[in-house]
Design a protein around this ligand. Sequence first.
Ligand code: ADP
Ligand code: MG
Length: 381
Amino acid sequence: MINGDSGKNVSASAAPYSRVQYIEMLILGIESSCDETAAAVIEDGRRIRSNIIASQIAAHAPYGGIVPEIASREHLDRIDSVVNSALAEGGVDLSEIDGIAVTRGPGLVGSLLVGLSYAKSLAYVTGKNIVGVNHIEGHVYSVVFENPPIQYPALALIVSGGHTSLFLIPEEEKYAILGRTRDDAAGEAFDKVAKLVGLGYPGGPIIDKLAVSGHSGAVNLVFSLPRMDSHNLDFSFSGLKTAVLRFVRENSILPVPGEGEPSQAVADIAASFQDKVIRSLLQRVTEAVRRHRPRTIILAGGVACNSALRRAMSEADFGAPVYYPSPILTTDNAAMIAAAGYPKLARGENHGLEVQATASLKLGNILMEGYEVPAKARYKL
Ligand code: ADP
Ligand code: MG
């Protein structure tokens, strides 16, 4: 028994996790770290009762990127109805929830605070346990709903609009950073390149679609990648973005006008850019697999939706299965936050009303021998 609550059913045989005993629990998850207001009810750490996501894409699209002030205001407007819908669709009353899991970082602080304050007020009025969850850890757990249990050691590549990191997870809840981006996140690069050639926002799904009709060999993008060495498997995407900008200028490529159709030249840029991103991700995952022989490989975060990346990861011979979430769980959602909160709540953890929002919260909680994580990071998360 983990949390000492004798009213709960406990069975080790159904254990979905290695260190945490299976326990019946209904968890309310709340996520508001960036531009999705989300709430979910999940059962026993891996069954979704409800998963409500209110996307703010339409509010930010006119600006071609996320505007923090607009994001917090939108969260404020929606949080109440999103949480109520999650409870209603999950067929539960707030009083039946066993615990609350909420994103505490990383993210935009004004956005994080909305979900966190709301979750704290629910914890206060119900007297339930509350745990603050790292958003990146949430992405790792986004694969638990639709795949067999994660086998450890696992390797996780988290690629989204705000993050690009590679983790070794020797056992559940232990994260060693093997590499992360030194500048732009992969999704951010997709969005910026799309903007550069006049495609809409967010750029990732548009480039993904358009790349099918482009030739990746048609555009010569010259840029350098950080060297992979024994200390890190870092990523970098700003050089590639600049290479696209240079190519566009030197070849006088016109951006796609308004609602117009993209030219073949723009399709070729999309295909070439995407190909380079995938190659650089795959190169590092392949090296990490060679070094650490993981038993499960996890690909998660918004960019994990990319069809060519999924194909390349599936076709690569890693000697271990690759788990992806389905698209609805790939982008920011609260089901994954509730799943990441499950082992903590099942152990009886309660972070109480003191839990704080931390905009630049890191996930690495252990250090792999040989790898270095600079104390003063020039890194973005
Ligand atoms: P964040 O909240 O950190 O921005 P999300 O997990 O919400 O991250 O993912 C959004 C990012 O994922 C955006 O940058 C978007 O362009 C990218 N993305 C979504 N779908 C695709 C796709 N099919 N191919 C590449 N990138 C994608
Ligand atoms: Mg998002």
